[in-house]
Structure formats: C-alpha cells, structure tokens
Design a protein around this ligand. Structure first.
Ligand code: ZN
Length: 302
C-alpha cells in the first residue's frame, strides 16, 4: 500500500475565516480514509517525530529557530508569515519538516510516498514568509545529503508561487537542485534564483502548462540522474484558486501529477510528494483538491 505521512497536530483549532485553511490537513486525511487510500486500520500511515532545533539548524539559523519557539520574533518579521503565533502552530511547525524527511525515506524504500502536508517553500534561513515558517524541502534535501542517503536531490516545485526560500537556502548546495515552475506575476514579487526558474504567463491553460512540466522534468531527470525527487504538488495552479492566476483545470492537475509520478518511476527515481499551496473558501473542496496527488500515486502503486 502507498505510504502516507501524517501527524494529528498538523491541523489545530484556528480561525475558520483565515485565508490559510489550517483544517485542510485533517480534512485531507478524512478524504483519504473515506476513499480507502488510507487503510481503515491505518497500517499505511506513518507519523513523524518532532524535530529538534539542532536538527533544523541544518537549514535554518539557530537563533531564528529559538526566537520562533519562544515567540520572540520581532513583530515586523513575524507579520511576513501571516499566521497568528501559538504553541500549537509551533508544534506542527516542528513536526512537518520531519514528515517530509520521513516521506523521502519511505519513497526510497517503496518508490512513492506522500506527505499530507509540506511544501513550505517561502521559509528562508532566518525568516518566515507567506504562511511558511520552516522550509521542509530544504531541510529534507540537506538531511538526505548529509546523512549519505542521497548524492543528488531534485526539488521539483510546481506550486503556483516561486520557491524563493528553498532557492535561497540551497543556493550554494550543488547536490540539491532546485526547479520552480510558477506564475511569474504572482507572490513573491522579488524572486530568489533557483537552479532553474520557469515563470509562466498569467492564465496559462492545461496543454501549454503540461508541455512545460513534461519537458522540464524529462530534461532534468536525464541530465541530473537524481537519487530522489521531492515533488511539491501545489494545487494553487487551479483556475478557481483564490491566489492562483493560472487557468489549470482539475483534470489538468490530475494529468500533471500523473505525468510527474510516472516519469520519475520510469527513470527509476523515487519520488516523495508534498501538498504545497491551495486556497479556497470551500474547505472540503480544497481537501479534495489536495487529495489529487495522493490519488494519482495510489493509482500508480496499485
Ligand atoms: Zn503557493
């Protein structure tokens, strides 16, 4: 069965009308239980351990992490995150990066594994931004490399927003290759250079989009021969996403996720997925949208 990584602390009591839908992780888990992708006895569910400040310091400034935990980040810097500080927020922030790390380890054993969170790609070394506090992608890539579990990691980021934090943290790391395919005229308006950035025009549609994703991934897998792909399957590319600005249909997202996963496996490269961004006032519809990548992975595995 497809390995899924989830922690019950991912969703916690949070203002329901906030633009960031904190309940989406629990809702996603429920959707996957109802469809049977998450088995009833939960034997394909894996739970991450909380990361220590020491562990996270591989990707972040320890003084930033300490001030984060103690609610001592200066108010101006904290406003960039856009989330109210709470102990529960910090608990999930310290679990989720190890969730992506655990997903990567499971992917190397099983071919594909899915994290029901992750993709906090706007978090920089010493500050958070855009609902992102700690960068799970950079943390996982660096941990895999330092622990000798991979010699080369490809981060394939298809969230509609550019992966500026990941690019910045990994800028001097030759063995962690960053690729961001995003809408150019969207947040963050000041981009940080990834190894490859593809800024798409406003309101691009399925056929053109899928061609870019397909060609770019094919080329990277061929050129880099990575040991693992960390795939940010952000669903904010959707045509009705509240923060999107691309015109990708629901079907188009399914096709994208299927082609990415299949292509990685065809090249013999394990792939770990994270859910990335997605914004919708209809919270159940948002959870079903985040389920797309897991459904596609489930189809391929079975
Ligand atoms: Zn996004």
């Amino acid at each position: 069965m497809l390995p899924l990584v989830y922690h019950e602390n991912y969703s916690y009591p949070f203002p329901e009308d906030h633009r960031f839908v904190m309940s989406k992780f629990r809702r996603l888990y429920t959707v996957l239980k109802e469809s049977g992708i998450c088995s009833l006895n939960e034997h394909n569910i894996y739970t991450p351990q909380t990361a220590s400040i020491d562990e996270l310091s591989i990707a972040h400034d320890p003084s930033y992490l300490t001030s984060l935990v103690g609610n001592e980040v200066c108010p101006k810097a904290w406003r960039r995150v856009g989330l109210p500080w709470s102990k529960a927020l910090i608990e999930r922030t310290l679990s989720a990066p190890n969730g992506t790390m655990l997903t990567a380890k499971l992917a190397t054993q099983h071919g594909i594994a899915c994290h029901l969170a992750g993709g906090t790609h706007h978090a920089h070394k010493d500050y958070g931004s855009g609902f992102c506090i700690v960068n799970d992608l950079a943390y996982t890539a660096l941990s895999l490399l330092r622990q000798g579990q991979a010699k080369r990691v490809l981060i394939f980021d298809c969230d509609v927003h550019q992966g500026d934090g990941t690019a910045s943290i990994l800028s001097n790391e030759d063995d962690a290759y960053t690729c961001s395919i995003h809408c150019e005229k969207n947040f963050p308006f000041r981009k940080t250079e990834s190894d490859i950035d593809i800024g798409l025009p406003l309101y691009m549609e399925d056929d053109d989009y899928l061609e870019v994703v397909d060609n770019t991934l094919e080329r990277l897998l061929y050129q880099l021969s990575p040991d693992i792909v960390l795939y940010d399957a952000g669903v904010d590319v959707w045509e009705h996403d509240a923060l999107g600005k691309l015109n990708i249909s629901w079907k188009g997202i399914e096709q994208r996720d299927q082609l990415v996963l299949k292509k990685c496996l065809e090249h013999g490269v394990p792939v770990a997925t994270v859910i990335g961004g997605g914004y919708d006032k209809d919270h159940d519809r948002l959870a079903r949208r985040h389920a797309i990548v897991v459904e596609q992975a489930h189809k391929i595995v079975n």
